[in-house]
Design a protein around this ligand. Structure first.
Ligand code: NAP
Length: 275
């Protein structure tokens, strides 16, 4: 059965909208500042969708579209200004930044309490300690998608393919918090199919089109496809959806699965940061 990320995302956005309205009636307006440096077309689309998400839920958005040749110091000053502005609750710097800007430095300057992407050392540390605050958006979306199936995750064998800081590692911690038994695989994993075939919950975050084939999947598994790949101009995930969907009990499509949830979790974090 398909897990409809679009529908779930819509439902959560409607809930956020109600909470935002309540806050506004008390004179508090949640506000997200979005900074985009340069003209990367994919980044422009992401930023536009984030701002649209704000508009839908009633969250105020401040959009800073800066030239490609913006200096690192200008960005540092802007972040300082937003850190000190009490009317701004979330700060998001769209990645990647142009090569002359040190991404690590920029991310480290965002006040962790306004770090709605959940990329700061403090937010990652809190998650690692089992007391998450602002959770990285895509992994958070994945957990919500699994929960939406109604299947109890406790004791389930979860296998994550991919160990990136933005997806694989935070997912590992979130799945542990749901009492799964977690295995994280990567490019050096030996005999990957023998591990993935044991998964009750299989999550692919690799970046390789249709990498996960049906022979790698256990009958009845929940399969979550984080991958976004473009093949012949069409979007596809890391999972061979056509064949794996015949074996899985639940599966997310690409597009329409994890993708829509990522921005929704960003909106949720902005609301949380505001509260
Ligand atoms: P990444 O940083 O490139 O990490 C990819 C991971 O896959 C690495 O850990 C890598 O292992 C592992 N890997 C590569 N080849 C493998 C193989 N043959 N066998 C097993 N593992 C292998 O990518 P990412 O940022 O995590 O993103 C992963 C995918 O998710 C991409 O398609 C990206 O576009 C997508 N994504 C989607 C969203 C969304 O909103 N839907 C958000 C973020 C990312 P090593 O560590 O050993 O290199």
């Amino acid at each position: 059965m398909n897990i409809d990320g679009k529908a779930l995302s819509q439902k959560i956005r409607d809930e956020i909208k109600i909470e935002v309205d309540e806050l506004k009636s008390k004179g508090v307006e949640p506000c997200l500042a979005v900074i985009l440096v340069g003209n990367d077309p994919a980044s422009e689309i992401y930023v536009r969708n984030k701002i649209r998400g704000c508009e839908y839920t009633g969250i105020k958005s401040l959009s800073y579209k800066l030239d490609e040749d913006t200096t690192e110091e200008y960005l540092v000053d802007l972040i300082e200004k937003l850190n000190n502005d009490n009317s701004v609750h979330g700060i998001l710097v769209q990645m990647p930044l142009p090569k002359h800007i040190n991404e690590k430095r920029i991310l480290s300057l965002i006040n962790p309490k306004k770090d709605v992407d959940g990329f700061s050392v403090e937010q990652i540390g809190l998650l690692g300690l089992g007391t998450p605050d602002l959770i990285t958006c895509t992994p958070h979306g994945v957990i919500e998608l699994i929960k939406s199936t109604g299947v109890d995750m406790t004791g389930k064998r979860a296998v994550v393919i991919g160990r990136s800081n933005v997806v694989g590692k935070p997912l590992m911690n979130l799945l542990l918090l749901e009492n799964c038994t977690v295995t994280v695989c990567h490019s050096k994993t030996v005999d990957l199919p023998s591990i993935t075939r044991e998964a009750d919950i299989l999550i692919a975050a690799i970046g390789k089109p249709k990498f996960v084939t049906s022979d790698m999947v256990k009958d009845g598994a929940i399969v979550i496809d984080v991958g976004i790949n473009r093949v012949d101009g069409k979007l596809c995930g890391d999972v061979d959806y056509e064949n794996v969907s015949k074996k899985a009990s639940f599966i997310t499509p690409v597009p329409g699965g994890v993708g829509p949830m990522t921005i929704t979790m960003l909106l949720k974090n902005t609301l949380k940061a505001c509260r």
